[in-house]
Design a protein around this ligand. Structure first.
Ligand code: SF4
Length: 214
């Protein structure tokens, strides 16, 4: 990455971390995606029951590969034989020791903004798993909730395409949102996490001065 872009990302992260600390999150700076992976894996004890949110960032950082190691009790949402079995794994995730995910946006006012299809990711960030670890590139940092929702909506067609949901925005010739009502719509639930004050430090946010995910 260009050095100036990296510097700008770092400055933005440092400013964002101050606000996250005030809101009782546990923000951590990682200099690159390799350090982010090490920080995350060092936080998870052997044998921990782990659930994950669907995330390009977890793939790009190699975190998902490490979670698949025999050292952990991974609730593997990607290894299911049916829709019902997948939903059961989502439900089991509420009792995980650790939930690892990225986020659609982090605001400079300390909110985590997410839009989901089933709502498992949006809800498990907010409550359920004892510990939540969010990993995000600086490209996810926005000014406020309005921008966060706009950002999440703007990447929804790519997410629909990635998970092969047949939505009108993910066809070969269209990427525009039509506020659809089809069954596989990926924008069914929006969550705004205002902070971690009731459960201080429950949510760790690992911020990386790189472009990760979308
Ligand atoms: S509401 Fe429907 S068309 Fe719009 S981004 Fe979401 S899935 Fe795509």
């Amino acid at each position: 990455m260009d050095k100036v872009q990296k510097w700008a990302y770092e400055r933005r992260i440092y400013d964002c971390m101050k606000v996250l600390e005030e809101r009782q999150y546990d923000p951590i700076f990682a200099k690159d995606k390799d350090e982010a992976r090490k920080i995350v894996m060092d936080m998870i004890p052997e044998g921990a029951k782990i659930a994950v949110g669907g995330s390009v960032t977890l793939n790009e950082t190699g975190i998902l590969d490490e979670i698949r190691s025999d050292k952990y009790n991974f609730i593997d949402r990607y290894n299911t034989k049916s829709f019902e079995e997948m939903l059961d794994k989502y439900r089991e995730g509420y009792y995980a020791d650790v939930f690892v995910s990225s986020t659609n946006a982090i605001t400079m006012q300390g909110q985590l903004v997410n839009i989901d299809c089933t709502g498992n990711r949006t809800s498990q960030i907010v409550f359920g798993p004892k510990k939540v670890i969010i990993v995000a590139g600086a490209n996810k940092i926005v000014e406020n909730v309005e921008e966060g929702i706009k950002r999440a909506k703007s990447v929804a067609p790519m997410n629909a395409r990635r998970i092969t949901h047949k939505t009108p925005c993910a066809t070969d010739d269209n990427i525009k949102c039509s506020n659809c009502t089809v069954q596989p719509r990926v924008c069914n639930v929006t969550s705004i996490c205002e902070g971690s004050t009731y459960f201080p430090k429950r949510i760790t946010v690992v911020l990386v001065p790189e472009t990760l995910g979308y």
